[in-house]
Design a protein around this ligand. Structure first.
Ligand SMILES: O=C(O)c1cccc(C(=O)CC[C@H]2O[C@@H](n3cnc4c(=O)[nH]cnc43)[C@H](O)[C@@H]2O)c1
Length: 201
């Protein structure tokens, strides 16, 4: 089975790479941060090689205070939150404009994971201001945000590659304060989970 592990940055999956140092039963793609980098890197890779499963691993911000910092979750749908147009004080999604779709899903990977399933959004600009957080909460009520997730699902859908997105909460979405972020904990929990998952595949 050809498995592709995808991450925006290498530090997010370094413990896993160290664990499987000698023999990696998967390929690795470090895309760079953001949707554009992710879509390009995946398009390029999928044109070169056929995969049976792509797994996106990364940290993320949570809108949902019922999720703990460091909690590992599966993103069950992911929306390109900024793709559309302003119509005075209303936001018109790309769907409403009739130009396409903004919400993407994993392609059935047949994996049943015993972690929470959450609604994600994907953004170019990390939310860090109260009014914008309130607005996006009213419009899409997301639980999690990342800068790559929907682009990952999009590329997998276009190439018909079974996909799964696993994220660990590094911070709450709030007025920006990096001191509150628990990146170390999130990376550790994400990698512990992913190592066990890969061993079972
Ligand atoms: O500073 C570090 O040590 C460090 C180690 C690993 C990763 C990072 C990153 O900053 C990764 C950026 C990555 O994280 C996602 N992310 C995390 N929190 C949020 C958020 O609140 N809103 C949106 N995205 C978030 C994002 O997908 C970035 O690609 C640092």
């Amino acid at each position: 089975m050809n498995i592709l592990l995808v991450a925006a940055t290498q530090p997010e999956i370094q413990p896993l790479l160290d664990h499987f140092k000698k023999e990696k039963p998967f390929d690795v793609l470090i895309t760079g941060v953001g949707m554009v980098a992710t879509a390009f890197a995946l398009g390029e890779r999928f044109a070169q090689k056929k995969y049976n499963l792509a797994i996106h691993l990364g940290i993320a911000g949570s809108f949902d205070r019922d999720l703990n910092l460091g909690e590992v979750v599966e993103v069950e749908d992911d929306t390109l939150a900024e793709l559309g147009a302003e119509d005075d004080d209303r936001f018109l999604s790309i769907d409403a404009m009739g130009f396409g779709e903004s919400k993407f899903y994993p392609i059935n990977s047949m994996l049943l994971l015993s972690i929470k399933k959450v609604r994600g959004i994907t953004v170019n600009t990390v939310h860090g201001e109260e009014t914008s957080i309130q607005k996006i909460t009213e419009r899409l009520n997301p639980q999690l945000e990342s800068m790559e997730g929907a682009a990952f699902f999009y590329a997998c859908k276009r190439s018909m590659v079974p996909s799964i997105q696993i994220r660990s909460v590094s911070n709450y979405v709030e007025k920006r304060n990096r001191e509150n972020w628990k990146i170390g904990l999130a990376v550790k929990n994400l990698n512990d989970f992913a190592i066990e998952l890969i061993k079972k595949l």
